[in-house]
Design a binder for this molecule. Structure first.
Ligand SMILES: Cc1cc2nc3c(=O)[nH]c(=O)nc-3n(C[C@H](O)[C@H](O)[C@H](O)COP(=O)(O)OP(=O)(O)OC[C@H]3O[C@@H](n4cnc5c(N)ncnc54)[C@H](O)[C@@H]3O)c2cc1C
Length: 422
């Protein structure tokens, strides 16, 4: 949808082809991850504001919940981190956020949505010329693949004799369980929180935020054989006995949904920048290019940044009858940055430079607990506002090493460590 927003400034007509029936703000088949917690990072929020000025306040007026930094708590191994930069989080469910973007997009007179399943592309000798649907074809001057991580574009390209982008997969084995709890008027003192068990066990963690409809969305995560159960009893037990007290507080409220589980086997990326034979008039964005370990919450924000890369490409005067190489090169900078962060803990075999980087990141993560400046730098990277090279800045490294001598605050205990309800 962000790519469509960008195209609307350049094209007479922008057609979005979507196989799902779209109505309201409910989870849908084509986005199976939509029932899970979806954090909108600051970097993504800024891009949404860029393309839909005033988006955040309109989304908040429509039911999204703004959470100021003071009411957000981040924990590592139970210890609450010092605050970072002031942020105003915009919290909602994924379907709500999507419905808000769609509503604003559909106000543009030259954007329309067509119901249908894309089954292939048509090509001339040098370019894409049309999109094929089950029972019709849509001619196009430019085609953008935004079909998500299961996109078939690579196979279609290969079948038509073009380069197939090399695919890289990194095993994540991440397991999510999510449920909703009633939020009292105004919420609790800590209104949103993220907890990871340890800097090197970040997949065992949990997250809650307020969402529209006076609810909290609560997610607990594990990896590999560590699978949060699919019952509310298991979720409530974990939150009450293993996680800092605010988690127990939220699950002490009324549970208003069943638990939905989700397992993601791998992170994957398709390297279009490495292709030497691509048709002209073809772009790919979002998860169709790179889909990350979800625990870092980068996917939607990455997609917004890809859309901004598309804008830069379209304004650059690049020849539309040549492959969009400069777009894919630009996009690669964004993908590399997010990929480097989100696979840093997942690769089983790592090179010496990778090991060094991992060690460095561990020092930084440890230091975020006690050093405000390090936490600000870390946060700006994790919120996709700055490039990860910020973490290798001499002042950040020096402060991180120095922070090893800082006294560590006591952990925030669970609400009911012994298992009895408070
Ligand atoms: C468990 C989990 C948690 C996540 N949490 C976060 C988070 O906290 N923050 C965050 O930013 N991201 C998160 N993500 C990632 C986020 O969901 C994706 O990065 C994002 O949705 C990608 O957007 P997209 O538009 O590229 O693809 P998608 O959202 O997957 O959309 C693809 C669309 O293409 C349609 N489609 C597919 N094939 C066809 C076809 N042949 N014809 C017509 N239509 C088709 C689908 O119906 C769908 O509407 C999470 C992902 C998972 C799995």
């Amino acid at each position: 949808m962000l790519a469509a927003r960008v195209l609307a400034d350049h094209a007479d007509t922008v057609v979005i082809v979507e196989r799902d029936a779209l109505s309201g703000a409910a989870p849908r088949h084509g986005v199976p991850q939509g029932s899970q917690v979806h954090a909108l990072l600051e970097g993504g929020k800024q891009q949404l504001e860029r393309w839909f000025p005033g988006f955040t306040s309109r989304a908040a007026a429509a039911g999204g919940v703004a959470v100021p930094t003071a009411r957000f708590a981040s924990y590592t191994a139970g210890v609450r981190k010092v605050p970072g930069t002031e942020l105003d989080l915009l919290c909602s469910t994924r379907p709500f956020l999507e419905s808000r973007v769609r509503a604003e997009l559909m106000e543009l007179p030259n954007v329309k949505i067509v119901a249908g399943r894309v089954t292939g592309l048509e090509f001339s000798a040098t370019a894409v010329t049309a999109v094929r649907l089950s029972d019709e074809r849509v001619p196009a001057d430019l085609v953008v693949d935004a079909m998500g991580r299961a996109s078939s574009l690579s196979s279609w390209l290969e079948a038509a004799g073009w380069d197939k982008p090399p695919m890289t997969r990194v095993v994540t084995g991440v397991n999510y369980a999510t449920a909703f709890f009633r939020r009292p008027p105004g919420g609790y003192e800590i209104d949103a929180s993220l907890a990871i068990q340890a800097p090197d066990a970040y997949l065992r963690g949990a997250n809650f935020t307020p969402v529209e409809g006076d609810r909290y969305i609560m997610m607990v995560a594990g990896a590999g054989d560590d699978r949060p159960g699919s019952t509310t009893e298991d979720m409530i037990r974990r939150c009450l006995t293993e996680l800092p007290a605010p988690f127990g507080t939220v699950v002490s409220g009324e549970v208003v949904s069943d638990v939905t589980t989700y397992r993601q086997a791998d992170s994957r990326r398709r390297d279009y920048a490495a292709c030497t034979r691509l048709p002209a008039r073809l772009i790919a964005v979002g998860d169709a290019v790179a889909s990350f370990n979800p625990i870092y919450g980068q996917g939607m924000s990455s997609a917004t940044l890809h859309a901004s890369c598309l804008s830069r490409y379209l304004h650059s005067g690049a020849d539309p009858d040549a492959p969009a190489t400069s777009f894919f090169d630009l996009q690669k900078v964004v993908v590399d940055a997010a990929w480097g962060i989100s696979t840093s803990g997942d690769k089983a075999e790592v090179s010496l430079p990778d090991r060094l980087r991992r060690w460095l990141v561990r020092q930084v993560v440890e230091a975020t607990v006690t050093d405000i400046e390090v936490n600000k730098a870390f946060q700006s990277v994790m919120q996709m506002e700055t490039h990860p090279t910020v973490l290798a800045r001499p002042d950040v490294v020096w402060r991180s090493l120095r922070a090893r001598g800082n006294p560590r605050p006591a952990p925030t205990p669970p609400l009911a460590p012994t298992g009895g309800r408070p």
